[in-house]
Design a protein. Structure first.
Ligand code: HEA
Ligand code: HEA
Ligand code: CUA
Ligand SMILES: [Cu+2]
Lengths: 186, 623, 239
């Protein structure tokens, strides 16, 4: 996203940052709405069949992935391309693992509370919306590994990495709210 | 021959639509095959069309070239700007172009096109309403036309305000373009598929739920409903992306010296509108997807048999759609605030209060959604607080109206078409706002809700806050955009016919509503006929007004009188550059030194233009 | 500036005259159907108050604008600007505070009116269960265990309607214009509406929420009859 304005490079960065933050703020209202629906429709009800250990496990995986992403971002900022790639690949792996976990979760949920039931409606929608964000995050992380970004890193421009990592953190934070609302409250 | 085909294919719109259709076909084909392979009934229109819509829209965007820069950006360090070099002439408007002025015009043209189609629908069903009983159509077709009219007009309004803001915002704050020009192009190009989907919905059984799409009715509606929901979603997405862009532009790209309280009111309006867009549009997007999921996959959000709740939809719908009505009107009210001082030759009275009232309306409007649900069985404890918050919005709105009047008072009113339209806007919006008060009060709303009183109320507010200001804006900025004047005599005729037509058409709605005329019915008590007949005649006068506008636009674009850089002697920045403005607006940044509306103050200017980039005069004195 | 004062004086006179004329118009021609319930008279009073307030602001703003367009139009050959008045704090405060006071007042009055029309009466209420379906109305009188497709009510007795729509049906809305009040019938929940009919007559119950193809014709007759006739009707239903 290039900027045409009377702006220097530093200003461009500030513009990009603001744009990203506005996007994240905007998107967080989507999750707010989803969480509201959960309480509006189901109160704090929670089926006993829900697999809390698995939920906890994938939460940890996602938090670890955020950690790896953070290390990747720092490495990128210092121009350490090797370490950057290693950490982002690790993030990708953990993110994929999270999706596998959600898949397991879903196959269990299909048996105990399918999407056509009250709780299932909420459960599948919340996890589904979130998983969709995870998928887009993984795509963005992959883009950060492509040659374009690598070349920019060599020039000392790590904005692209910063952006996808911020987005990834956002996806992670969203889960930090979703996990207790679906798995813990009652 | 081959050359002609090559030229047509070089138009992004054509290419995009062709590739999009192929993409939709492929998506549907693959889904059918997959379903067959999985042993499901191969042709289930819902899911098949849903997948086809998604692949179609993505293919269309790719075919159009909306993603090409980003793909290059992913692959090489310094992506070439290949394909973004400026085209000239009209073909530019049918391609992906990242100049905000081109995008603004694309939005405006689309908006006017959709208004014409939706208005033509309204005229058709007004004929039906001119007599009780069946006149030209039955209830099924009536409901479909009425619903398509409503949602298309809402879409056209959202598109139109985006257009106004796109064209004017960078010029008014002294920026060379929007903060994210390519994102801006993408926001626009999400609109054409939405329009196409809305129109094709009619081939798929249409939808008969009104624009509000309340379940369970919308769960039962035919396939056309699904296409309408997707179209609505695309318009919403465009609105969110646009909002992010507007806000970033306002916060980061103002010319040196332009503090917040030196911004023109239209910029304040854009700020408030964009805030509403990025916060509230998410909720409608979400609830539209919920509705789609319930239709397609049998989820149970709104189905009481499965612990769902019908009112959840209404809450979310209005949580967006009420703020959305302020998205419709705030830019329009901004336009009035621009035009009134220029043509009264006086500073805007109480500039600061007007600026703050813009934010006040936006913020106040966020907590009033429940006033659409007073009779809907909503949580009873919400009724009184929501009545109170709704009423409070009258205060900042009043500030605006009184300030405009005080600006005109003792001025030197130049009664040109822009001011005439601005005055009609004020009158119409005033009636619309005042008729909102009995709707806000629960006890009287229980009588008025779902009657023509409501229909009268919102046609007044939307015409007063969007349609008439749009007319004013067209007459005011057309010389800037094209370098030519619109025909003033034809303009005054247009104004007269539309103003008289408007009141002829919509004042009767209030009487009808009080006397038991329900909304969304094609048949009514014969005692109501005279007023309905009057309303129909008025409707056609408005239509005639639109035709006059079109002819004025076409004739003047072709051979209008040449306009100078600053024909109205206005002070805001867009008038300090040539007409039409240079490709990148301000080759050198202007230096803002004062208020945008200091007419009559000796020697005052809004901005100092760097040598070489300035227009003829700073708008100091009138001639 | 005496000239400025003169303009304001003319404006004030014109606004007063126009407000009076509008008020006369509203009082002289009732724009509403006859009221047939005790709720209706409360609501009609509220309507009158609001029409008066709206009439005043309408007159004020429209006349000020038209007056400005005529008296302050630019004369031919006059190229000067108007006086550079930027604002006036007292005036601006006034036009924030006065409307604020008015809307708060309206809110209080409106809230009290709502209390009044929805409060449970002291006498015993007649309970009527209303089921709305695509596209008909069903009325049940649990007191006598009878059902009917038309609505009959005894005059002057408070009625409590309990409305529902079936789970697989859609939203409808119960409205008798002469009663003034409206309430949706929503699938999956029961909503309530209180009406005390107080004028004998034949009215029409209309469905006010779009409910599909038959929405326009989803009507039922609603008759308010003397107590004795009502009991006779109930008896006839029992057979
Ligand atoms: C497009 C813009 C728009 C605007 C600006 C408004 C503005 C307002 N609207 Fe409106 N409204 C709609 C569009 C709009 N509306 C639409 C589209 C619907 C119907 C949707 C549907 O169901 O399809 C609707 C429906 C609607 C309802 C629901 C009706 C129902 O279905 O039962 C209500 C109820 O409270 C309402 C109230 C108001 C109020 C109080 C304002 C206020 O903001 C108005 C404030 C302005 C003034 C009051 C005038 C100026 C002020 C003064 C001169 C000051 C002095 C005044 C006083 C002291 C009173 N509107
Ligand atoms: C921007 C918003 C907007 C605008 C401008 C209009 C404009 C008009 N509206 Fe609309 N209306 C709505 C928004 C709008 N409406 C909404 C949101 C609803 C609610 C729907 C619902 O209940 O769900 C509604 C509902 C609505 C109803 C109520 C229907 C019902 O409840 O049963 C009626 C009834 O008369 C009506 C009439 C009209 C008329 C006569 C016009 C006229 O002003 C139109 C004037 C005509 C034109 C602008 C066209 C001119 C063009 C030609 C003559 C040439 C045609 C040529 C080509 C197509 C090439 N509208
Ligand atoms: Cu039932 Cu409309
Ligand atoms: Cu509203």
């Amino acid at each position: 996203m290039a900027v045409i304005a009377h702006t220097a490079h530093k200003d461009k960065l500030a513009i990009h940052r603001l744009g990203l933050w506005l996007f994240i703020i905007s998107d967080s209202f989507l999750f707010l709405g989803l969480l509201f629906s959960r309480f509006y429709l189901q109160g704090v009800r929670r089926p006993p069949e829900i697999n809390q250990p698995l939920g906890l496990a994938i939460s940890i995986v996602l938090i670890l992935s955020s950690l790896a992403a953070y290390r990747g971002e720092t490495a990128a900022a210092y121009g350490d391309i090797k370490r950057f790639r290693r950490n982002i690949l690790l993030t990708l792996g953990l993110g994929a693992l999270f999706l596998v976990g959600v898949g397991l979760e879903w196959s269990e949920a299909f048996r105990s509370f399918p999407p056509s039931t009250g709780y299932g409606t909420i459960f599948f929608t919340l996890t589904g919306f979130h998983a969709f964000h995870v998928v887009t995050g993984l795509l963005a992380l992959t883009v950060a590994l492509l040659p374009g970004q690598r070349a920019r890193l060599q020039e000392g421009n790590s904005w692209g990495v910063e952006a996808v990592v911020k987005y990834w953190h956002f996806v992670d934070v969203a889960w930090v709210f979703i996990f207790p609302t679906l798995y813990l409250v009652s | 021959m081959r050359k002609a085909i090559a030229v047509v294919l070089s138009l992004g719109l054509v290419r995009g639509m062709l590739v999009g259709m192929a993409g939709a076909g492929a998506g549907m084909g693959v889904t059918v095959l997959l379903r067959a392979a999985l042993g499901l009934s191969a042709w289930n229109p819902g899911p098949v069309v849903a997948i086809g819509t998604i692949t179609g829209v993505l293919a269309y965007l790719a075919g159009l070239g909306a993603f090409s820069y980003w793909i290059r950006w992913a692959l090489v360090a310094e992506p070439s700007k290949e394909g973004e070099r400026h085209r000239y002439g009209w073909t530019r408007y049918l391609c992906v172009d990242i100049n905000h002025k081109v995008i603004g015009i694309q939005y405006m043209a689309t908006s006017i096109l959709v208004i014409m189609v939706a208005g033509a629908l309204a005229l058709i069903f007004r004929i039906e309403l001119s007599t009780p009983g069946r006149t030209i159509m039955g209830p099924g077709l009536y409901n479909r036309f009425m619903s398509l009219h409503g949602i298309s007009m809402v879409a056209a309004t959202l598109i139109g305000v985006s257009g106004l803001m796109n064209y004017l915002l960078p010029l008014m704050i002294g920026a060379r373009d929007m903060a994210f020009p390519r994102l801006n192009a993408l926001s626009y190009w999400l609109i054409p598929p939405a329009v196409v989907l809305l129109l094709t919905s009619q081939a798929a059984g249409g939808f008969d739920t009104g624009w509000t799409a309340y379940p369970p009715l919308s769960i039962k509606a035919p396939l056309g409903m699904q296409l309408m929901l997707t179209a609505f979603y695309l318009v919403g997405l465009s609105s969110i992306l646009g909002g992010i862009n507007f806000l970033t532009t306002i916060f980061k790209l103002r010319a040196p010296g332009m503090s917040f309280f030196r911004m023109p009111i239209f910029v304040w309006a854009t700020l408030a509108t964009a805030l509403l867009q990025i916060v509230f549009t998410q909720f409608i997007g979400m609830v539209l997807i919920m509705l789609l999921l319930e239709r397609l996959l049998g989820l149970g959000f709104f189905d009481p048999a499965r612990e769902g709740n019908v009112l959840l939809f209404q809450h979310f719908f209005w949580f967006y759609s009420h703020p959305a009505v302020y998205i419709f009107v705030l830019p329009g009210l901004g336009v009035i605030s621009e035009i009134v001082p220029v043509f009264s030759r006086k500073p805007l009275f109480g500039y600061k209060a007007v600026a703050i009232s813009t934010l006040g309306i936006a913020v106040g409007g966020t907590m009033v959604w429940g006033h659409h649900m007073f009779a809907a069985g909503m949580e009873p404890y919400l009724r009184i607080p929501i009545m109170m918050t709704t009423l409070l919005v009258a205060v900042p709105t009043g500030v605006k109206i009184f300030s405009w009047l005080a600006t005109m008072w003792m001025g030197k009113l130049k009664l040109d078409t822009p001011l005439l339209f601005a005055m009609t806007s004020i009158a119409v919006f005033l009636v619309g706002g005042l008729t909102g008060i009995p709707l806000a009060i629960v006890a009287t709303d229980l009588d008025l809700t779902d009657t023509y009183w409501v229909v009268g109320h919102f046609h007044h507010t939307i015409f007063g806050g969007f349609v008439f200001p749009l007319m004013a804006a067209i007459y005011y900025w057309f010389p800037k955009v094209t370098g030519k004047f619109l025909n003033e005599r034809l303009g005054k005729l247009h104004w007269g016919i539309m103003t008289v037509g408007f009141f002829t058409s919509y004042l009767p709605y209030f009487w009808l509503g009080l006397n038991g005329m329900r909304r969304r019915v094609y048949d009514y008590d014969p005692g109501l006929q005279p007023m309905h007949l009057v309303a129909t005649v008025g409707g056609f006068m408005i239509g005639l007004g639109f035709l006059l506008l079109l002819s004025n636009l076409l004739v003047s674009a072709w051979r209008g009188a040449r306009a100078p850089a600053n024909p109205w002697h206005a002070q805001t920045l867009e008038w300090q550059v040539t007409s039409p403005p240079p490709e990148d607006n301000f080759p050198l940044p202007p230096q803002v030194v004062g208020s945008p509306y200091s007419y009559g103050v000796p020697g005052s200017v809004h901005a100092l233009m760097p040598p070489g980039g300035a227009g003829e005069d700073g708008g100091k004195e009138a001639t | 500036m005496p000239k400025a004062r003169k303009h304001l004086l003319i404006l004030a006179v014109l606004v007063l005259v126009a407000t009076a004329a509008l008020a006369y118009l509203f009082l002289q021609f009732s724009f509403l159907p006859i009221p047939a319930s005790s709720q209706a008279s409360t609501i009609d009073k509220l309507f009158s108050a609001m029409f008066a307030i709206a009439g005043f602001f309408l007159a004020l703003c429209l006349i000020a604008m038209l007056y400005a367009a005529i008296a302050f139009r630019r004369r031919r050959g006059d190229a000067s600007d108007g006086p550079p008045i930027q604002g006036n704090v007292a005036l601006e405060t006034a036009w924030i505070l006065i409307p604020l006071a008015i809307v708060i007042g309206l809110g209080v009055v409106g809230g009290l009116a709502l209390e009044k029309i929805s409060a449970a009466p002291e006498e015993s209420e007649l309970e009527v269960k209303v089921t709305a379906l695509q596209w008909a109305w069903l009325f049940e009188y649990p007191e006598w265990g009878v059902r009917s497709g038309e609505l009959r009510l005894p005059v002057d007795r408070p009625v409590l309607f309990r409305l529902t729509s079936r789970d697989n049906d859609v939203v409808h809305s119960f409205w008798v214009p002469e009663f003034r009040v409206k309430q949706d019938a929503v699938p999956g929940r029961e909503t309530a509406l209180r009406v005390t009919p107080n004028a004998v007559g034949d009215y029409q119950l209309l469905c006010a929420e779009l409910c599909g193809l038959g929405h326009a014709y989803m009507r039922a007759s609603a008759r308010v009859v003397p107590e004795a006739d009502f009991m006779a009707w109930i008896e006839s239903l029992k057979q």
